[in-house]
Design a binder for this molecule. Structure first.
Ligand code: H15
Length: 253
């Protein structure tokens, strides 16, 4: 846990880092913990199952803020033959992104805060008839051990942040996002020797959570249609990509 005394704030409220922690470490910690709590909450009132495909279930809650659609989204999925570490690795690593992302024109890292936290600037494909969107967010990958016996939980969080290297240049509109990919690895019929675990014995249980604000008015029906089509498409394509990439590689636990 992070000690408050590790941080200081400047007179204009900006965080500065002290004792080797980067300036956004407090934010990262808070958002990670919020996601871990939120993902365990029951899916009850207000959540609609909007898409089901094999093991994939896509839920959404219809919410508008000042007439702008900000529907929270939760997807649950189970993928055979890969670990949570592998899923999170391919989701977080910049080098692989353009091979599975179909909604981006470009992606780049504008700052590395530490080994597990980088700041991305991304240009999103324009969705007709709306203005083009960009995004600037910290992206953090983490492994959490639950107990000696269980496989650890892996997660990636993407969270919007301002950055001097990424000023908003109208007519471009900035997406505001808080997204998490949270994964657990299940080992079926574990062999006595862990070295004998095969891909056919493993499964990754995945939860993908997204709060995205389009950053400006977009017709509600248009956003909802795009979201309903694009999120399942993303997860289908991304998980096939990870299966393909890891098939003949040693298992990364
Ligand atoms: O999570 C996904 N991609 C990552 C890595 O590229 C980035 C993402 C992010 C999005 C926005 C801002 C910051 C970070 O976490 C996969 C995203 C799939 C997106 C599916 C399309 C959603 C459509 C939402 C409608 C917005 C309409 C605006 C005109």
């Amino acid at each position: 846990t992070i000690n408050e005394a590790t941080f200081a704030a400047t007179s204009n409220g900006e965080n500065i880092s002290v004792k080797g922690k980067h300036r956004l470490a407090n934010d990262v910690e808070r958002v990670v913990q919020e996601h871990l709590t939120y993902v365990r909450e029951e899916m009850c009132d207000g959540w609609d199952l909007i898409h089901e495909e094999g093991e994939m279930k896509v839920y959404r809650r219809e919410v508008e803020e000042n007439g702008i659609v900000v529907d929270p989204l939760k997807i649950f999925h189970a993928i055979q033959g890969v670990t949570g570490h592998e899923i999170c690795h391919y989701f977080w690593e910049y080098q692989h992104r353009m091979e599975w992302e179909t909604t981006l024109d470009s992606t780049k890292i504008i700052e590395a805060l530490d080994q597990d936290t980088v700041i991305f600037f991304q240009m999103h494909k324009r969705v007709w008839p709306t203005a083009q969107r960009d995004s600037c967010f910290w992206s953090h990958i983490r492994c959490i051990s639950n107990s000696e016996e269980d496989q650890p939980t892996w997660l990636v969080v993407n969270y919007t942040t301002p950055h001097p290297l990424a000023p908003i240049k109208p007519p471009q509109v900035r997406l505001i996002a808080n997204v998490a990919m949270i994964c657990e690895t299940i080992i079926n019929e574990p062999p006595l020797n862990p070295k004998d675990i095969k891909r056919e014995n493993i499964q990754c249980k995945l939860a993908y959570v997204a709060f995205v604000n389009p950053g400006g008015w977009v017709p509600s029906a248009a956003v909802r249609n795009v979201a309903k089509r694009e999120y399942p498409r993303f997860l289908r394509r991304f998980t096939s990509y990870v299966i393909e990439q890891t098939r003949d590689k040693p298992i990364l636990f």
